[in-house]
Ligand binder design. Structure first.
Ligand code: HEC
Ligand code: HEC
Ligand code: HEC
Ligand code: HEC
Ligand code: HEC
Ligand code: HEC
Ligand code: HEC
Ligand code: HEC
Ligand code: HEC
Ligand code: HEC
Ligand code: HEC
Ligand code: HEC
Ligand code: HEC
Length: 369
């Protein structure tokens, strides 16, 4: 249900006695920000990016597509977004997919059964023709035929049969990375994997990811999603900057597909001498051979340890080892930062001790029985 309706705020939208608008609405559901009821709470299509585009259908009123009180199975777009119909039916009530201009615009690819909003924002786009701002270069340049063959039986046909082979035509560096690295993301055990995470066309997110980064990772990693909602203390790089600060998304030579060995990874931010890598990019903090870029002042708020990079001892107190020994609580593993700290989140304290306690005593006792 639309949130203000669910909250029973009937009179934010309706005047119970009289109104010049239909349905006793206090304002109409069309027009610009000063008159449109919907735009008192939403800013849909009000500001359009310089190179962007705005849907002329907005001028016909929000109620052209939305039916505010419509509710039903929230798994369906029609009900989740209170629409008069789901896409593509909604769009095809005004746009004739057989028209010559629309066919040309889509390089004669069949669109009548596609999700139009996988490429078009229904309201306004960061790029021309209501398309999203983070576009894959061959899509932005409209080289549809680099990936598409002429449709067969009115169905999409892809070069190389689609799948990973298609992407590797132009991304041989990723292909060799996946073929040669010691640790390959388990997701590549599935057949058609690049498009699990990337749209081949355009999206609203960097690297044309299909969802915002953290939500994307959590869509398969329920454990981290659960940590994000249930743990009191979250490690900022994990849930703010995002998972790929530490994990390579495709493949790497380090266990857990980390971007470096665990201690080197953590010390890149927490060592007393951590300062990022030299680069031609002074506005950004550059880490891990240029694969990670964060705002230039990112390290200003980070707690520094009395350890320099490469140190093997001196934390949590003088002379205490942080590597080079076995972990007595888990003798198979070497002693590293994660012998004592969770890398993602914790409940006991901000320190995210693996014992989930506030005090460090149970932690010491874990190894020093
Ligand atoms: C966010 C604004 C908003 C709120 C809040 C809201 N309405 Fe509405 N209401 C509308 C709009 C817009 C319409 C026009 C039809 C449509 O879009 O569903 C409407 C139509 C109606 C109608 C006539 C059409 C129909 O669906 O039968 C009734 C009755 C109604 N609303 C009752 C309520 C009641 C009762 C509440 C409080 C529980 C409420 N509304 C809260 C916006 C609102
Ligand atoms: C009183 C403020 C208010 C008004 C007026 C209002 N909305 Fe909303 N609307 C909200 C809030 C709050 C949400 C929930 C936002 C969120 O979860 O991020 C929402 C969510 C939505 C959603 C997303 C689906 C959902 O239910 O979460 C749609 C679609 C929507 N509104 C359309 C409209 C339209 C169309 C109108 C005009 C008829 C309108 N709204 C008027 C406050 C309002
Ligand atoms: C051409 C049809 C159309 C018109 C006109 C339209 N919408 Fe939408 N709107 C949609 C569709 C389709 C979605 C679902 C998008 C999705 O699946 O992500 C949507 C989603 C939304 C959402 C939730 C997602 C988001 O983008 O925040 C809000 C809020 C919303 N519309 C508000 C409005 C308001 C306000 C107006 C009027 C200014 C309006 N819409 C006019 C088609 C339309
Ligand atoms: C109520 C009618 C209506 C509906 C429904 C509608 N459109 Fe439109 N659309 C228009 C009009 C009018 C224009 C501007 C005239 C034109 O270019 O045909 C337009 C233009 C466009 C454009 C070209 C924008 C530009 O910058 O030139 C795209 C893309 C588009 N619509 C996509 C969609 C999609 C996707 C949907 C479904 C979510 C949709 N339309 C639903 C009426 C509609
Ligand atoms: C694979 C991505 C994709 C999908 C899916 C898609 N479109 Fe488009 N559409 C585009 C691109 C790209 C353009 C702009 C081409 C150009 O540069 O002229 C476009 C242009 C348009 C235009 C403007 C045509 C013109 O006259 O300039 C309309 C209208 C439109 N699309 C509607 C739709 C509708 C309706 C659907 C769903 C039935 C849909 N599109 C599905 C990518 C897509
Ligand atoms: C980099 C390769 C690539 C380029 C360039 C590309 N496509 Fe696609 N397209 C794909 C793949 C792969 C799919 C299969 C759907 C998927 O996996 O997401 C697809 C699917 C589609 C679909 C069906 C979408 C759906 O939601 O079912 C349409 C329509 C489409 N492409 C149109 C276009 C148009 C029009 C262009 C040029 C403006 C274009 N594509 C450029 C790779 C590409
Ligand atoms: C026809 C050549 C071509 C094909 C096929 C192709 N790409 Fe690309 N892709 C490019 C070019 C050119 C760039 C920009 C230069 C670069 O980063 O390598 C790019 C960049 C990217 C980027 C980085 C975008 C950014 O913002 O930096 C991703 C992610 C990507 N492609 C994914 C894919 C996926 C997934 C496929 C398969 C569905 C694919 N590509 C197929 C040509 C292609
Ligand atoms: C599990 C999700 C996921 C899968 C599957 C995936 N990627 Fe990525 N990819 C990402 C993320 C996230 C980034 C952004 C990297 C970052 O933030 O450092 C990225 C970045 C990229 C880039 C640009 C940066 C670079 O390393 O060159 C390219 C190109 C790319 N991916 C291609 C591909 C190809 C080709 C495939 C299929 C073999 C693929 N991706 C499969 C998540 C994925
Ligand atoms: C489409 C599903 C999917 C998505 C999206 C996804 N993963 Fe995975 N991930 C997997 C699978 C499957 C495994 C293997 C699980 C296993 O072996 O238990 C895995 C394993 C992992 C592992 C364990 C070490 C390894 O390589 O086996 C890490 C770390 C990881 N993923 C991080 C990420 C990050 C970071 C993202 C977001 C960029 C992400 N994943 C997105 C499916 C996914
Ligand atoms: C600060 C660095 C860092 C960030 C950011 C980070 N991780 Fe990790 N992650 C690690 C380390 C270190 C390990 C290995 C822990 C071990 O060996 O005990 C790990 C392990 C994992 C594993 C393997 C299973 C497990 O829990 O041991 C998965 C899956 C995973 N991470 C997913 C994610 C996801 C999803 C995100 C984003 C929400 C994320 N990580 C963000 C450092 C990080
Ligand atoms: C990209 C930089 C970065 C990396 C890499 C990183 N951290 Fe952090 N860490 C932060 C930031 C930012 C904070 C929040 C500010 C603060 O409290 O230091 C933080 C906070 C912490 C805290 C809580 C400090 C407190 O407030 O008591 C601990 C413990 C911690 N990190 C451990 C680790 C461990 C263990 C690793 C390696 C698995 C790691 N960090 C890797 C940036 C990083
Ligand atoms: C033997 C267990 C142990 C190991 C190994 C360990 N830590 Fe700690 N860490 C602690 C304890 C205990 C504290 C709390 C110290 C205190 O309260 O003075 C702490 C505190 C911290 C803090 C917060 C410091 C502050 O000033 O508040 C950070 C950040 C941190 N550790 C990061 C790391 C990193 C990075 C590594 C790996 C190089 C690491 N830790 C290895 C036990 C450990
Ligand atoms: C993950 C296991 C682990 C935890 C937790 C741990 N230690 Fe240790 N500690 C070690 C190891 C391994 C050594 C080195 C023993 C050796 O040299 O054989 C060590 C050595 C020490 C030493 C001797 C240092 C020196 O001067 O040589 C002291 C004192 C000590 N720990 C105190 C603590 C305290 C206090 C805590 C809790 C804050 C703690 N440890 C937590 C593993 C741990």
């Amino acid at each position: 249900m639309h949130s203000p309706v669910a909250e029973g705020e009937c009179t934010t939208c309706h005047n119970p006695h009289s109104s010049a608008n239909k349905n006793l609405l206090i304002q109409p559901t069309s027009g610009g920000p000063s008159e449109n009821l919907c735009l008192t709470c939403h800013d849909t299509g009000v500001q359009v990016a310089a190179k962007g585009s705005r849907h002329a259908a907005l001028d016909l009123g929000c109620d052209t597509c939305h039916v505010t009180h419509k509710t039903g199975d929230a798994g369906q777009q029609e009900f989740a977004f209170h629409l008069s119909a789901s896409v593509p039916d909604l769009c095809l009530t005004c746009h004739d997919a057989a028209g010559p201009e629309i066919k040309k615009a889509h390089a004669n690819q069949p669109i009548t059964k596609t999700n139009c909003t996988s490429c078009h924002n229904p309201h306004a786009g960061e790029s021309a023709k209501l398309t999203y701002g983070f576009a894959h270069p061959p899509f932005a340049e409209r080289q549809c035929d680099a990936c598409h063959e002429a449709p067969k039986d009115n169905k999409i046909a892809l070069v190389e049969g689609g799948g990973r082979a298609l992407c590797y035509l132009c991304h041989d560096a990723i292909q060799s990375q996946i073929a040669s690295a010691k640790q390959v993301h388990g997701v590549f055990k599935q057949a058609d994997t690049c498009t699990n995470c990337h749209s081949p066309h355009a999206t609203a997110y960097p690297q044309h990811l299909k969802q915002p980064l953290v939500a994307l990772c959590e869509s398969c990693h329920a454990q981290q999603a659960e940590q994000q909602t249930t743990k009191k203390f979250l490690h900022p790089p994990a849930f703010q900057a995002g998972c790929t600060v530490c994990h390579e998304p495709h493949a790497s030579d380090y266990a857990g597909r980390l971007r470096a060995g665990i201690n080197e990874l953590c010390m890149s931010c927490h060592a007393s001498d951590a300062q990022g890598e030299a680069s031609s990019d002074p506005k950004n903090l550059v880490l891990f051979g240029g694969t990670v870029r964060l705002p230039g002042d990112y390290l200003a708020s980070v707690k520094r340890l009395p350890l320099r990079k490469g140190a093997v001892a001196g934390h949590p107190m003088a002379n205490h080892p942080v590597e080079g020994k076995a972990d007595p609580s888990n003798p198979e593993k070497p002693l590293t930062c994660v012998a004592c700290h969770n890398p993602h989140a914790g409940n006991g304290s901000q320190r995210m001790f693996v014992t989930e306690t506030r005090s460090s005593s149970p932690l010491c006792i874990r190894c020093h029985k």
